[in-house]
Design a protein around this ligand. Structure first.
Ligand SMILES: Nc1ncnc2c1ncn2[C@@H]1O[C@H](COP(=O)(O)OP(=O)(O)O)[C@@H](O)[C@H]1O
Ligand SMILES: [Mg+2]
Length: 373
């Protein structure tokens, strides 16, 4: 497979589009970025590698989103042009507090345990923590295949310590605030630190903190600026009067792509692998989705959980969703409630395949073996 020429073309259109955008030429920027999105999509569709497919799919989606938000209609508005500061109310807000806590998270015991030591206990008993100079906060990198619950557990941590949760999708941040992402980052830290307890969650961290020169992005300069600001923030971090806990959590599906500067001591130095759920965790997930529903006696949920070995939590939830939809549709057709049957399960299982491949898992194992955290 040689998609290199398409990748080069994609990068070139993407770069051109961003230059045109920066120069205020939105119509032409739109054309170039649309072309870049089209190429990214082509790369995604044609690639045989899951990782490449996902990466370019995301790139295309993010470009289209950017075009929609920033380059469409007239006159396109620029995000805070340099010099001319328009005073807009900040759009940085914590998520509405949800009810998700550790009790909702299947497995991931080591993640929960680390959070207990690093965050929950120091908050509960600050005097003891102070004796050992332990601050209630940490910088944690969660890494693992897609759909294993990284985002989910980050939210659960917020629920567990009753913290405000600021979720940042790094890819969106860069594209949405092109030319301005460092300032946005400043604002984010400032806003979060006004709370007594806060978590900033950087999702898709690899999209801003990648090793330079891996040739997948046309926004290198923006990334470099972002990383510089980010490191300044993280290194020079001082607790404010009001803030008792600030937890920084970053998540990535591609830890090997991260700039090692990010992972050094004092930065994101706690690395936690979020892997596929074990049998107990799968049973928990299957039970959460299907327990208590009308069901044939010979449907064995523990067995279903064991057949789903190797699947991520997100996929398991989706598969269970399809199983119950099958029975529901049969009920609609029959005009009366129908039990979930083994046939419903088998049909869905036959039609589903695991997106998390053994090759991908091996890559994570390799990173894990080489990672101090
Ligand atoms: N360990 C888990 N416990 C409970 N639910 C999970 C778990 N892992 C995944 N899920 C479910 O799958 C969905 C997708 O997981 P997500 O956190 O988005 O994965 P990731 O961020 O690792 O890609 C979650 O919203 C949740 O419903
Ligand atoms: Mg996620």
């Amino acid at each position: 497979m040689n998609n290199q020429p398409t990748i080069e073309a994609y990068k070139s259109f993407s770069r051109r589009g961003k230059e045109l955008y920066a120069a205020g030429n939105f119509t032409e920027a739109r054309e170039a970025l649309l072309k870049a999105a089209e190429l990214a999509n082509k790369i995604s569709v044609e690639s045989s590698s899951y990782e490449v497919r996902m990466e370019y799919h995301r790139a295309a989606a993010s470009l289209l989103d950017f075009i929609k938000k920033s380059c469409s209609g007239a006159p396109a508005k620029r995000v805070s042009p340099a010099g001319a500061e328009e005073k807009k109310p900040s759009d940085i807000r914590p998520e509405k507090k949800g009810a998700v806590t550790f009790a909702d998270v299947a497995g991931l015991e080591d993640v929960k345990e680390q959070i207990r030591y690093k965050v929950i206990e120091p908050l509960k008993n600050p005097a003891l923590a102070a004796m050992y100079k332990i601050e209630p906060g940490a910088k944690i990198l969660l890494y693992g295949p897609p759909g294993t619950g990284k985002t989910f557990i980050a939210r659960a941590i917020a629920g567990e310590v009753d913290a405000e949760f600021y979720a940042v999708n790094c890819q969106d941040l860069i594209s949405k605030y092109m030319g301005d992402s460092s300032k946005k980052l400043d604002e984010l830290f400032e806003t979060a630190q006004k709370n007594e307890r806060a978590i900033i969650f950087f999702d898709e961290f690899d999209s801003v903190a990648s090793k330079r020169g891996d040739g997948t992005d046309g926004v290198d300069a923006e990334m470099a600026r972002f990383v510089a600001t980010f490191l300044t923030k993280v290194d020079g971090f001082k607790r404010s009067e009001t803030n008792k806990m600030l937890l920084l959590i970053a998540a990535t599906n591609r830890p090997w792509a991260l700039d090692s500067a990010m992972l050094r001591g004092g930065r994101f130095d706690t690395h936690i692998y979020v892997g596929v759920p074990d049998q107990a965790a799968r049973e928990f997930l299957v039970g959460r989705e299907l327990k208590g529903l009308p069901m044939d006696e010979d449907v064995d949920l523990a067995k279903l959980a064991s057949v789903l070995a190797g699947y991520g939590g997100g996929d398991i939830a989706a598969i269970c969703g399809k199983i119950k939809l099958n029975a529901y549709m049969r009920s609609l057709r029959a005009g009366a409630p129908q039990n979930i049957s083994r046939d419903d399960c088998n049909r869905v299982l036959l039609a589903s395949h695991n997106m998390i491949t053994p090759e991908e898992l091996a890559k994570f194992e390799k990173f894990r073996a080489g990672s101090a955290g």
